[in-house]
Design a protein around this ligand. Sequence first.
Ligand code: ADP
Length: 388
Amino acid sequence: MLAALLLAAAAALAADLPAVPVVGVWLLLSLVALMRSPAPLAPPLPAVRPDPVAVPAGRDASQMIEALDFPVLLISQEEEILLQNQAALEVFGSLPDRAHISARLRAPGLLDMVREGLKTGHPQQKDYVERVPSARAYRVRVSPVGDGQFLIVFNDVSGLHRIDQMRTDFVANASHELRTPLASLRGFIETLQGPARADPKAQERFLGIMLDQVNRMSRLVDDLLSLSRLELKSHIAPGERVDLVPVLSHVRDSLMPLGESLGVTISLSVPDGPVIVPGDRDELVQVFENLVENACKYGQEGKSVAVELSSLAGGGAEVSVTDHGPGIEAEHVPRLTERFYRVNVEASRSKKGTGLGLAIVKHILTRHRARLLIQSEPGKGSRFTVRF
Ligand code: ADP
């Protein structure tokens, strides 16, 4: 009952509810239930406590430490390193016998944290970043293991740090992308309220620019929502079976007007029969619209874009989108699918780009278990290939 009370209180606290009324209501209900219950309470069960597992000392303990695939040090109360496992040797290098812990724990505060653990006998932990030989973040924990000995465990949390960093960068980028059109809108509104109040010509021109800025913000928000929806279902493989032939015809037809306005012809070559892949039709349309639109916009000077579909011998299929534009320098190619990565920010903005198109493409293709290959040579154009 006490446990249940504590659980109720904890649940209330976790849900941000005031604990006292919740526990009060629960107590009342429990009392009513107990008073109505005719059966006598069963005698309490004897507490079951598992026997402590016999941990072999000496050599065997060192074998257990050896078996761990993360760095572990066994140290004495006198601050000497008694043992370090293979993972520690690989990560930090070797040390002389019974070296002092300060030879290993050089980061500020780390030694103090360990000494605190040795002094109090209570586990302590601290995060730190190792810069050499490569940047890695560790959560270091010291805890007593008996006989005046302590274990120092290095838990590699670099992956978590990287995700945190990516999240921070993403929020900063998204805010920055929205801030620019917002600042421009504010400027135009102030001008319309002041100097341009009685100037219908200027008003018309400014309203046109304001509409462009609003459209830019909507495109950005649409793309952000698209990405977040895709992230939610990234682990669910799409269930439909989709024929790529009509998908690509639809994409070619829908982008024909854009091609014409840019002076680019879009050609499509497909095999005779259907080419079926497991997929989600709308998402695949989004992928190929993105690639063909990019090829028209960024490869405009090549004047033609070729979309080719072929069945692969092993049962898969491949779609390539080729343009003859300026191409992309090799150093940019691996980063093109990163969110907000653009070779030239101004060029992308002037072409109504958000910098999220290829990130969306990559997300959709990951869900489809398909791959995106990018081949490009400056001056010769680019080919984006999707392999199912
Ligand atoms: P954007 O919204 O800027 O078009 P994308 O994610 O679709 O964003 O593309 C990222 C960047 O990749 C573009 O800004 C452009 O620099 C480059 N890029 C994409 N496709 C091509 C292409 N066919 N030719 C040259 N550069 C391209």
